[in-house]
Ligand binder design. Sequence first.
Ligand SMILES: *Cc1c(COP(=O)(O)O)cnc(C)c1O
Length: 396
Amino acid sequence: MSAPRDRTYTRLLHAGAPPFVDGVAPVNVPLVRASTLRFERDATRAELHHRREAGEPVATYGRHGSATHRALEAALGELEVAQHLLLAPSGLAAISLTFIALLSPGDHVLVQDSVYGPVRERVEPLLSRLGVSFSYISAGAGLPADKVRPNTRLIYVESPSSFLYEVIDLPALAAFARAHGALLAADNTWGAGLLYRPLELGADISIQAITKYVGGHSDLMQGAVAVRNNAIARRLAETHDSLGLFVSPDDAWLALRGLRTLAVRLAQHQRHALEVAHYLADARDVVERVFYPALPGDPGHTLWKRDFHGANGLVSFSLRGARQTDAVAFVDALRLFGIGASWGGFESLALIAPASRLAVHSYAHGDAPVVRLHIGLEDPRDLIEDLAQAFRRIAG
Ligand SMILES: *Cc1c(COP(=O)(O)O)cnc(C)c1O
């Protein structure tokens, strides 16, 4: 994992630091809880209200957040190289906010078919009810010239994608979206802002589940939407306000704490995941295929090298000649890996990719069951021993 050239690591540690008061300040931003805000004079209240109406992120009420939120927004903004940052109660809320804010009845949206499952299962039914139509595209297979329509307002992608890590050519898709008058939004949860910068590569909107690597400790739910363009930001902010979306300052404070160690954690996740990926690639008697873009030979490797600053702890593999029951026996036999879905914490996890999710991914191949591993910060020798004993159990 190579540090980005523009020294994001440094800016990430100092963004949002609290100012000196009487010559002294804590390193970390104070946790400010408030519903009511008191104003010294009515004129101050009126002025702040006016500035808020004009689009400035100032608070006149608790729902608008506190200094704790502003510090997190500043630090996440550094990471995503964004001018505007909105916090949401979960990653899925950040995705829904984007769709609701930017689409109107009669609009059409193109969605990569290998995105996070709930986009298809939850967001599509909601938006369809509001008169928006959806088409799914194989975004890794080229530009969707045959799918775009005059009313296509948004293209929504995720690179690398859920479960199999399909990497797409985001700059090419951004140029395509622009040429067709559509906005491009990218789910940046895999890259956590540090490994990937969709806004710099031409996307209009970058969305993250803070729940995953920024939180980093499996105890936080949160999402963020990052944008550069003022008009798009305004539209998102108005919808954010209308929906009354709010993140607890305690959770904003935890996200900021996670952010400060994101770079060192990700470097170790990547190092250990690469070791495990090589072990799996060599275990040809039991493993059919390994999915990890940092592995030479992965179909996304070249694009990953061009556009990314590193890889994370997610490694998937398919089990050779196995049925679903073998995959169940395999994950049940693991001792160190927990069985669980929400990756990005310090611990290792295993999950069988649901067949219903893979069935709609054009990037999926064959019927072999797929196991997704999240490689945590444990000693990789222990993780490999655990995998080896679980392979022996299902072979014997
Ligand atoms: C987990 C995840 C989400 C949703 O985040 P939540 O905070 O769990 O709602 C969205 N996109 C991707 C790629 C994810 O992995």
